[in-house]
Write a protein that binds this ligand. Structure first.
Ligand code: TPP
Ligand code: MG
Length: 330
């Protein structure tokens, strides 16, 4: 685990403006990634989580900096919410040596140990047993960190999900399971991949307390994950949080997304977690937040990402001779 490096960021504090700012940073980052993908600067498969930022930020803000997070194939938001540096993350996506994995991992193989973002993974459901392993290690070694695994509704249909829930429950492991139920697995709607409407139903089967929340409400996610993490930390065993949300982009960049109705998309656009939270803060009037403050938060995020892009793209790609470096132990 690195320390004192520029990648050692932290999750946002409970301050509503910090939560909003982190969600805007993630949105600006992913919109830039989309632009760079269209230009061919980023290659390979790119899964964006635009529309799901409240799940990542609400969850990470409820964790400690040293808690461990295990992500998915759609994990830029998870890493940034935990404190990853946008420069090094973008460099990784664009295949630059300054990226978190030397530019050789790309979008689905991000690891930021310095902020406790252990790994993203291209194997759907594959991160859940890894998080269980980390939680078990914590139990054996002592301490009071918790592990948190993000996964989608599609991952709920994998064997590793069910085996993980069973062993986590049986051994009362300190783990928080956060299901991002966005209603689709690739191009398949939930109703065509399971008869279960709420993934939280599975938790009951394994004796794990669960809660389903509005995943486009950052405070609702934060509250549920904070309670879950507190219980897991206190030795009460695993907790399951299902966050109902929606991805506003296709499954991957370039997906024409013909499998969904435009009316469904517009319904969810109206529930955009960033706009909604900004409007709510302005309406509350509690924090003296107005439209100008919110506009400034967005503008700052976009400016930071412009700078991050310039810096990330200034680094070179790895040398061809580096292809087997970091693959085999030397
Ligand atoms: C083990 C495994 N099976 C299939 C795939 C292909 N695949 C990639 S993403 C995906 C859908 C995942 O859906 P979900 O878990 O709901 O996550 P979301 O994409 O909605 O974030 C599938 C089936 C894979 N990567 N790994
Ligand atoms: Mg899904």
């Amino acid at each position: 685990v690195t320390s004192g490096r520029r990648d050692d960021g932290a999750p946002p504090s409970a301050d509503p403006l910090a939560l909003l700012a982190r969600m805007w940073l993630i949105r600006a980052f992913e919109e830039k990634a989309s632009e760079l993908y269209a230009k061919g600067v980023i290659r390979g498969l790119l899964h964006l989580g635009i529309g799901q930022e409240a799940v990542a930020v609400g969850s990470a803000s409820a964790l400690r900096a040293d808690d461990l997070v295990f992500g998915t194939h759609r994990s830029h938001a998870h890493a940034l919410a935990k404190g990853a540096d946008p420069v090094r993350l973008l460099a990784e996506l664009a295949g630059r040596t300054s990226g978190y994995c030397g530019g050789k991992g790309g979008s689905m193989h991000i690891a930021v140990p310095g902020v406790g973002f252990v790994t993203a993974t291209g194997v759907v459901g594959g991160n859940i047993p890894l998080a269980v392993g980390a939680a078990y290690a914590r139990l054996v070694r002592g301490g009071d960190r918790v592990a948190l695994a993000f996964f989608g509704d599609g991952a709920g249909q994998t064997g590793s999900f069910h085996e993980s829930l069973n062993i986590a429950s049986l051994w009362a492991l300190p783990i928080v399971l956060v299901c991002e139920n966005n209603g689709y697995a690739e191009f398949t709607p939930l109703s065509a991949h399971t008869k279960i409407e709420r993934l939280a139903t599975h938790a009951a089967t394994y004796g794990i307390p669960a809660e389903t929340v509005d995943g486009n409400d950052v405070l609702a996610v934060r509250k549920a994950v904070a309670a879950a993490a507190e219980a897991a930390r206190a030795g009460e065993g695993p907790r399951f949080v299902e966050a109902l949300t929606y991805r506003l982009r296709g499954h991957y960049e370039g997906d024409p997304a013909k499998y969904r109705e435009l009316s469904e998309l517009s319904e969810w656009r109206a529930k955009d977690p960033l706009a909604r939270f900004g409007d709510r803060l302005a309406a509350d009037g509690v924090l003296d937040v107005d439209g100008a403050t919110i506009g400034r938060i967005e503008a700052e995020a976009r400016e930071r990402i412009e700078e991050a892009t310039r810096e990330a793209l200034a680094a070179p790609p790895p040398e061809p001779g580096d292809v087997v470096r970091h693959v085999y132990a030397t």
